[in-house]
Ligand binder design. Structure first.
Ligand SMILES: O=C[C@H](O)[C@H](O)[C@H](O)COP(=O)(O)O
Length: 213
């Protein structure tokens, strides 16, 4: 079960990693919402943020936090985001909220990725949570057939369009023992925009509640 208390603790604890004058990379989701609310308390000490979704942008703007275009900032020091699953090597499944593509972009631009989760997200092997894959809409069936060949069960997240105008396939039934290999393999399929595996670029720090693991 997701634990809102631990999510709030993690969101607030992440402030420890935010330095004065920073442009902060900000992820998406219910745990990040706690982080954004906490960040609002120090908004006069930071320069602003780069956002990974329209949802997080709206919440930050409500708080008066300035949101920059990543093209205007160059590399950023810190990225704070949640996850759907986290293994002992800090490799993640993300994209339960369909924000995986912009999340992966901002994570790639950041020197340090701090992942904030509650204890329900910790697993030994990734894959119990269905793996989200963002696809170009015309490639949905093609990519789904390729996933079946790889032993997965693709389910179209019908009715969901990402901030980038694409669709999501959730893949059930994979026990992901080689996350880096699977991420590379799926990235090569025509029509795949982003795989919700963060294995080639795992988190640097994971906070479970207010405890760093
Ligand atoms: O697309 C959504 C993101 O990857 C979220 O960071 C992830 O789904 C975790 O969300 P939450 O903090 O709401 O459990």
């Amino acid at each position: 079960m997701n634990n809102p208390n631990e999510k709030q603790l993690a969101g607030e604890a992440a402030l420890r990693y935010v330095e004065d004058g920073a442009i902060v990379g900000v992820g998406t989701g219910s745990t990040v919402a706690f982080f954004i609310d906490a960040l609002a308390g120090m908004k006069d000490r930071i320069k602003g943020a780069v956002s990974s979704s329209e949802q997080s942008t709206a919440r930050m703007k409500q708080h008066g936090i300035e949101v920059f275009d990543l093209n205007a900032t160059g590399p950023i020091g810190i990225y704070i985001d949640g996850a759907d699953e986290c293994d002992p090597h800090k490799r993640l499944i993300k994209g339960g909220g369909a924000a995986l593509t912009r999340e992966k972009i901002v994570a790639a631009a950041a020197q340090k990725f701090v992942c904030i989760i509650d204890s329900s997200k910790r697993v030994d092997v990734l894959g119990k949570f269905p793996l989200p894959i963002e696809v170009i809409p015309m490639a949905r069936s093609l990519v789904s057939r390729e996933i079946v060949k790889l032993g997965g069960q693709p389910v179209w997240r019908d009715g969901v369009t990402t901030d980038n105008g694409n669709w999501i396939i959730d893949v059930h039934g994979w026990r992901i023992t080689d996350p880096v290999g699977l991420e590379q393999q799926l990235n090569q399929l025509a029509g795949v925009v982003t795989v919700g595996l963060f294995a080639q670029r795992p988190a640097d720090v994971v906070l479970v509640g207010d405890k760093e693991i």
